[in-house]
Design a binder for this molecule. Structure first.
Ligand code: SF4
Length: 404
């Protein structure tokens, strides 16, 4: 790792791009990758497959050299490092305690369903790295922008304190991904207990540092195995915790992930699969996927008509209304015509073009005048007159024949 990252990179886009604006470059130009790999094994993610389950970490020296390199080479650098991270910001130098066990271990994750007893969870190399980075001359801020594995972080309160006190710029991204045990078990993510533990620690250390800071939790809608009930429970959890999330994603089957295998096979590969295995519930239809996202963004007024329809379909109409426990407000009554007054508060003004219906007008409509009546012959009378004329004509012709 150190050898690769120590090569003489120019740290600017290739000259063939000219002056084109490259959004990805803006994102990474002051950011440093400190490690590779992930042992989390979340089923919707394929980083473990791409980068391996065994963490490879760069040395402190190599990372500090890169900070110096950025200072010298990157145009526009003002002394702020935007990230010291990787696939997960706090897996730096964490690995299995025993190399032999690690090489023979076939578990999909070192942290699910619980943190393996063989896993080293000492965050002190990361804490030390942060301290060294802050001391580099000309550096006034080092942010941690990569996602954090909070179930690991709570094992090392000193690390959380260092992070919260010096490296959070008001907001910290974390990824519970869901609140419900059924769906979390399909994602291979920890339960919400560790989320609360971490939140308590985060709030305490922020308070002690005299900072107002917030957690930004990420969630996934329509993950394989997640039914409407789970999604509604997550929505209510968000409401109860006063969270209005903007950054949400609807599950999308991407290459190499286990959740994609669930999506296509409708079976659960986390269990042994036989021809008798139960089918998994997969929210595949566009309408279902939209509804799940709508539940996640319950606060967005644009979603309210769909949300009301979904709640009615689920038999949960009690969640529509103004009450504290409601998820969405009821539909507003149509607006009054300008100038109209509420009933019982004065005489309402007629709308433009309105013609009052008086008893005389009704009478006139029902009884046409005699003149009109004579002009207007009824169809039956008209038919009778025609028959009489035809009969008279026939008698006249018969008389003429007789005369001849
Ligand atoms: S034994 Fe535990 S810590 Fe070691 S590789 Fe396996 S799951 Fe990970």
């Amino acid at each position: 790792m150190d050898g690769v990252f120590g090569l003489q990179y120019q740290r600017v886009p290739h000259p063939s791009y000219g002056k084109a604006k490259i959004p990805a470059y803006d994102m990474i130009r002051f950011s440093i990758n400190i490690m590779r790999g992930c042992f989390g094994g979340c089923t919707f993610c394929s980083i473990t497959e791409h980068e391996g389950r065994i963490i490879q970490s760069r040395s402190h020296e190599s990372i500090i050299n890169e900070i110096e390199d950025i200072k010298e080479k990157v145009p526009g650098f003002t002394g702020s490092i935007s990230d010291l991270g990787g696939p997960t910001s706090n897996m730096y130098f964490l690995n299995c305690n025993d190399d032999e066990i690690q090489s023979n271990c076939r578990k999909l994750s070192c942290v699910y369903p619980t943190i393996c007893k063989n896993l080293n969870t000492d965050h002190s190399p990361t804490t030390e790295l942060y301290r060294k980075a802050r001391k580099v001359q000309g550096i006034h801020n080092v942010a941690i922008a990569s996602g954090l594995r909070y179930d690991l972080a709570v094992r090392d309160p000193e690390y959380v304190k260092e992070l919260v006190t010096y490296h959070v710029g008001g907001y910290l991204k974390i990824a519970p991904e869901h609140s419900e045990p059924n769906t979390l078990s399909k994602m291979m993510k920890p339960g919400m207990d560790t989320y609360y533990d971490f939140k308590n620690m985060f709030d305490r250390f922020s308070r002690e540092a005299g900072k107002k800071q917030y957690l930004i939790p990420y969630f996934i809608a329509a993950h394989p195995g997640c039914d409407d009930e789970d999604m509604l429970s997550l929505s209510l959890w968000l409401k109860n915790n006063d969270l209005k999330v903007d950054q949400v994603q609807t599950f999308y089957p991407s290459p190499m992930s286990l959740a994609t295998a669930m999506y296509h096979s409708e079976k659960n590969p986390l269990k042994q699969i036989t021809y008798k295995s139960d089918r998994m519930y997969i929210p595949k239809q566009t309408e279902q996927r939209k509804a799940h996202k709508t539940l996640l963004r319950y606060h967005d007024k644009e979603n309210w008509p769909q949300l009301r329809a979904k709640l009615k379909e689920m038999g949960r109409s009690e969640l529509i209304g103004r009450g504290k426990e409601c998820l969405v407000a009821e539909e507003e009554a149509p607006k009054r015509q300008p100038g109209a007054k509420a009933a019982g508060h004065g005489k309402a003004q007629p709308a433009k073009g309105y013609q009052p219906v008086t008893p005389q007008a009704v009478k006139a409509k029902k009884k046409p005048s005699k003149k009109n009546a004579s002009q207007k012959q009824k169809p039956a009378a008209k038919a009778a007159t025609g028959a009489k004329a035809r009969s008279a004509q026939r008698s006249r012709i018969a008389d003429r024949i007789k005369q001849r």
